[in-house]
Design a protein. Structure first.
Length: 154
């Protein structure tokens, strides 16, 4: 069971990292090159395509990390790495819920003026790169946590 949840944490975390990296290197660049009003008018379609990919990559990794913390209790070195991965994931989720999701919904509803939308999009991209960094940290630490979970057992 420990190995299974560890693999789920690794696969999910790395998939989420790849997903947000893709968004940052492709969609975000394209959005910033678009005329702001055209971006807001087209955003809903893109958002509705990207939302499931974020959920389906983030959640398995997150669940795998939580289960791995529980299953590695008593192994302080492994547990520390799993917790770092958890904290990075929690910060990413918080950032998404506090800034990205409300901003995305406002883009869809075209609630911003063109100037506000351009500013919000630039901040969105900047904070998205923070999420990419957090996803990378989580990915590294799930691998380290997995290794330490089994190095101690060997």
């Amino acid at each position: 069971m420990k190995r299974t949840f560890g693999f789920i944490a690794i696969i999910g975390s790395i998939a989420y990292f790849g997903n947000v990296l893709n968004i940052g290197l492709t969609y975000a660049v394209a959005w910033q090159k678009m005329e702001t009003m055209a971006f807001m008018q087209a955003f809903e379609t893109t958002f509705m395509l990207l939302l499931p990919t974020v959920v389906f990559t983030l959640l398995p990794g997150f669940i795998g990390i939580i289960a791995s913390i529980y299953l590695s209790k008593g192994n302080k070195k492994a547990n520390t790495s799993w917790r770092i991965a958890l904290y990075a994931s929690l910060i990413s989720i918080t950032l998404t819920l506090v800034y990205h999701l409300p901003t995305n919904l406002a883009f869809i509803q075209q609630s911003y003026t063109v100037e506000e939308a351009a500013h919000r999009l630039n901040l969105w991209v900047l904070l998205h790169w923070v999420r990419i960094g957090l996803a990378l940290i989580a990915s590294v630490y799930v691998i380290v946590g997995f290794q330490k979970s089994f190095n101690a057992a060997a």
